[in-house]
Design a protein around this ligand. Structure first.
Ligand SMILES: Nc1ncnc2c1ncn2[C@@H]1O[C@H](COP(=O)(O)OP(=O)(O)O)[C@@H](O)[C@H]1O
Ligand SMILES: [Mg+2]
Length: 267
């Protein structure tokens, strides 16, 4: 809220009143914040594409050499541990570059007709395969089919990012659930819930920022990419979480993706 005030009446004359103006600028502030995010995303996108291109080749060579050393040095011998670190860290750099490229991608959407139940189940299977046995993963739905026209690869990427985060938030026993329900005959709702560590308000406010991470070895790009994908598919993503009590991400997806490509351009 911005307040301004002025007295009414001519100079030298008795004032006969005050004009007080109160302006609600919350909409302007939120637009300003959106613009800042879009500009930042565009800058990150351009930087990412350039970096990934320039660093890809030398990194590939470093990785190949590190793997060569790893194989040559017997386990337990002098310097074998260093070679191991070199190899695994160069693999980590490669993962970050791959994610940066995905983030900066300007590829056209490839829309296909698919069953959302199948896509979600496949995402769950992929993640369950990597999760420890103490974590239960399941699909909850009363639907036998959920037809959707969308980009299957991008949607799978977004779902896997969310499901992996869910698994990573659980230490010990817990569950990850994907719930699928219809909305208004026009959209589908997917809720991804975990019984993990949850998030406090400060973390929650920053999770969609590129490079924001609280995980050791994290890139902080998973949710930035996921949000961008869901927006490109014409959907919305929201989150609810409480520290110590798990997290729920809600995706609202149109049954027919209408691309709302925003902002990231390398031109
Ligand atoms: N399901 C979740 N439960 C708790 N924290 C989460 C969850 N999903 C995301 N986060 C938080 O959001 C941060 C950013 O996530 P993400 O963009 O996927 O990057 P990364 O996984 O590389 O850290 C995570 O580091 C974590 O703090
Ligand atoms: Mg992640």
């Amino acid at each position: 809220m911005v307040a301004s005030a002025a007295s009414i009446g001519r100079e030298g004359e008795t004032r006969f009143g005050w004009l007080v103006l109160l302006r609600d600028i919350s909409e302007y502030k939120s637009l300003e914040a959106q613009l800042l995010t879009t500009e930042r995303l565009a800058a990150v996108g351009r930087l990412a594409a350039g970096l990934a291109h320039e660093l890809g080749n030398p990194l590939g060579i470093i990785k190949a050499c590190a793997n060569f050393l790893r194989k040559k040095l017997d386990a337990g011998s002098e310097l074998s541990e260093e070679a191991e670190v070199l190899a695994s860290e160069s693999e980590r750099c490669e993962r970050i570059l791959k994610q940066l490229l995905a983030f900066a991608s300007q590829e056209q959407l490839r829309i296909v007709d698919i069953d959302l139940c199948e896509v979600v189940q496949r995402g769950l299977n992929l993640v369950a395969y990597q999760a420890p046995d103490t974590i239960e993963t399941r699909l909850e739905t009363t639907l036998s089919q959920a037809p959707v026209s969308t980009d299957e690869n991008l949607l799978t990427q977004a779902l896997v990012n969310l499901l992996l985060n869910a698994v990573q938030s659980i230490s010990g026993k817990g569950s990850v659930t994907a719930r699928l329900e219809p909305k208004d005959g026009e959209e589908w709702i997917i809720r991804i819930r975990d019984t993990g560590c949850g998030m406090g308000k400060e973390t929650l406010a920053r999770i969609f920022e590129p490079f924001y991470t609280t995980r050791q070895g994290g890139t902080g790009l998973g949710l930035a990419i996921t949000q961008r994908i869901i927006h490109r598919l014409g959907g919305e993503i929201t989150v609810q979480s409480e520290y110590g009590h798990g997290t729920e991400f809600t995706l609202v997806l149109p049954r027919r993706a209408e691309s709302r490509d925003e902002g990231i351009s390398n031109k």
